[in-house]
Design a protein around this ligand. Structure first.
Ligand SMILES: [Zn+2]
Length: 428
């Protein structure tokens, strides 16, 4: 008879399989019918969805939970947000940033979000942002994988110390190279920044994640240069283009040339639907563009696309909770991914596909992998998207890190059931 540290019984996996999961020494030791096994702790997941943890491939942890300081973004635009953040990053202490980030990580864990790629602003010469986020990375390591990107918010070339500070951040231990070519002074400078940033990544053996073409200008075509540099330097599969919103407005003929270049370079794409739908199209009257990149079209070309969160309660976005199901729910609507296959794909985009973008080791529900999973109060991935339900149990690296009691509504209606859960099955 097998004995496990933790046994999760009766759960429905994302592919519809019903299986028990046995966990030993932080790893998944067995998946299948484990009836009769013993365990230190048993979690009953009968009727509930058991999924690998959520992964956020695009976030700004140094700015999170700072909403309202030094004041609120009155216009709601990207540029006012950047100006506000420019003031905040000068004033905020390392301790304040660490405290805000740790609070956010508590929210994330409670929602089953156990891996986050965060851009860290490398613009200020004091680099307090980097010091703070490296401290957070170390503190949350036992339960949350925090991957850091050196992000020159004010420009790699445009900011006087942009290049020097990005390299200092990499020397301090930041592990991914970022950039913002559409914010450089000219298109030529944007392309030059990408050339140099990709060379830095190739020299150091690092991944690349660029804030790329986050604008409604259809002529912002830095993704083309990013694809070129990626294949020139042999960085295929190691480079990500975040946002890519200009693609929404590009000429269709040009896009028909562009998408094969992105596919050839094996560049992943990260649209951030909560933020793109609120920040883009602000200069439009009507019709008003949505500003979301071409998700389904890229997927049809075999390009990996993951949904990112970008912001929670910061100078750019006043809302947000850390729930990747909110992100996927918005993405599903804006990209019109409404077929059953497309909806299910939206769930894998915030789990498995994002894990691949981050190059996470040992991720996923398979024997031998890291024992990290989430039990959701839903019957399947599409229902999870519809309900964005409570996370009944979250296990990270073999330890139960969060639990929440099932919380059905109690009804007081004559002749009706006494409680309701809002689950709904398609009649077979
Ligand atoms: Zn961002």
């Amino acid at each position: 008879m097998a004995t496990f540290d933790i046994l999760v019984i009766g759960g429905t996996l994302p592919d519809g399989t019903i299986a028990d999961i046995g966990i030993t020494s932080g790893r998944i030791a067995a998946i299948g019918d484990l009836a009769g096994s013993e365990a230190g702790e048993t979690i009953d997941a009968s009727g509930d969805l058991v999924a690998p943890p959520f992964v956020d491939p695009h976030f700004h942890m140094d700015a999170t939970l700072s909403y309202g300081t030094p004041r609120i973004n009155a216009s709601g635009t990207l540029l006012e947000g950047i100006n506000l953040w420019g003031e905040l990053r000068e004033e905020a202490s390392v301790d304040e940033m660490v405290a805000r980030a740790l609070e956010y990580c508590d929210w994330a864990v409670s929602l089953g979000l156990l891996a986050i790629r965060s851009h860290v602003d490398t613009t200020p010469d004091h680099l307090n942002t980097v010091t703070a986020m490296l401290e957070v990375q170390e503190k949350v390591k036992p339960y949350l994988d925090l991957q850091l990107v050196a992000f020159p918010q004010d420009g790699f070339l445009r900011s006087p110390t942009g290049r020097e500070n990005l390299i200092r951040a990499l020397d301090m231990g930041v592990e991914v190279v970022g950039g913002i070519p559409h914010f450089e002074r000219t298109m030529a400078d944007g392309a030059a920044s990408l050339k140099e940033l990709c060379e830095i990544a190739a020299d150091r053996g690092l991944l690349v994640d660029i804030h790329c073409d986050e604008t409604d200008d259809p002529l912002s075509r830095h993704i083309e240069a990013l694809a070129y540099e990626t294949q020139r330097l042999g960085l295929q599969g190691r480079v990500t283009g975040s946002h890519l919103t200009s693609m929404h407005s590009m000429d269709n003929y040009y896009v028909s040339k562009l998408l094969p270049l992105i596919a050839e370079a094996e560049i992943s794409a990260i649209p951030n639907p909560l933020i793109n739908i609120t920040l883009q199209g602000r200069h439009d009257s009507y019709p008003k563009r949505r500003g979301l990149t071409r998700v389904k079209e890229m997927q049809a070309m075999g390009i990996r696309v993951g949904w990112g969160q970008d912001c929670v309660r910061d100078p750019w976005y006043s809302l947000g909770t850390g729930d990747m199901l909110d992100v996927a729910f918005m993405g599903l609507h804006v990209a019109q991914m409404t077929s059953p296959q497309e909806m299910a794909r939206c769930f894998t985009m915030v789990t498995e596909e994002n894990a691949k973008i981050l190059h996470l080791d040992g991720y996923g529900l398979a024997v031998g992998n890291m024992a990290s999973l989430v039990v959701l109060d839903a019957g399947d991935p599409i229902e999870a998207l519809r309900l964005r339900p409570d996370r009944l149990c979250v296990i990270s690296k073999g330890k139960v890190v969060s639990k929440q009691a099932r919380n059905d509504a109690r009804l007081a209606l004559p002749g009706r059931p006494s409680s309701v859960r809002r689950r709904h099955k398609v009649p077979s």
